[in-house]
Design a protein around this ligand. Structure first.
Ligand SMILES: [Fe+2]
Length: 204
């Protein structure tokens, strides 16, 4: 054992916040009708560049914010995004957060979402309205994936892990900086059950 003294310092961590929304049952009962209405009236806007399958209204700005049923959820999104901004010490007094958009994602059996970021935004996140058994995990990917030589590791730890899975749960909200790479594993929901999430973006 060496007599040398050393510190292992952690700089530039990937900050991910998980929040259990207290009045989720109330919020979910209000948005349930809104979800049905949107699915009946809004086309699937799945980007052509994506090879995954799911129903999404991404790229249709304001779709959910325009519906009264989503107002309680939108209020919580703004509240929690500002709390997260506080953790990150973003100067929201100088430049307040602007809630730009939120959209619906519905995953049936086998549906997934490939690795992506949310361009031109500051804070992004996801709220889980429905997460039945078999719902695909959210994967948060290491920002070093593209740069590391990937030497062999004796075990996975916080210094070398390539991704971290987050289990979706009804009423859970996940927040992160918009540049954080993330994806969704294929859902294994059975009997027509669906994983339903609402994703959102805020900028400054
Ligand atoms: Fe996303």
């Amino acid at each position: 054992m060496s007599d040398n003294k050393g510190d292992t310092l952690l700089y530039f961590p990937t900050v991910v916040r998980e929040v259990k929304i207290a009045n989720a049952a109330e919020i979910n009962s209000q948005i349930e009708a809104g979800i049905d209405k949107i699915r009946e009236t809004e086309p699937n806007t799945l980007p052509e560049a994506w090879s995954c399958e799911l129903y999404t209204t991404i790229g249709a700005p304001g779709t959910l914010k325009d519906h009264e049923e989503f107002k309680p959820l939108c209020d919580v999104i703004v509240e929690e995004a500002n709390a997260f901004a506080g953790i990150l010490d973003l100067d929201v007094k100088f430049r307040p957060l602007i809630f730009t958009e939120c959209w619906l994602n519905i995953y049936g059996e086998g549906h997934a979402q490939e690795v992506h970021t949310h361009a031109n935004c500051v804070i992004s996140g996801i709220y889980y309205a429905k997460a039945p058994e078999g719902s695909g995990d959210l994967l948060i990917h290491s920002p070093y994936n593209d740069t590391m030589l990937d030497p062999p590791h004796a075990r996975v730890n916080g210094f070398n892990m390539k991704m971290i899975p987050i289990k979706p749960e009804e009423g859970k909200m996940i927040l992160f900086r918009s540049y954080v790479k993330h994806s969704v594993k294929p859902s294994k929901c059975k009997d027509g059950e669906e994983r339903i999430s609402i994703a959102f973006n805020l900028t400054m």
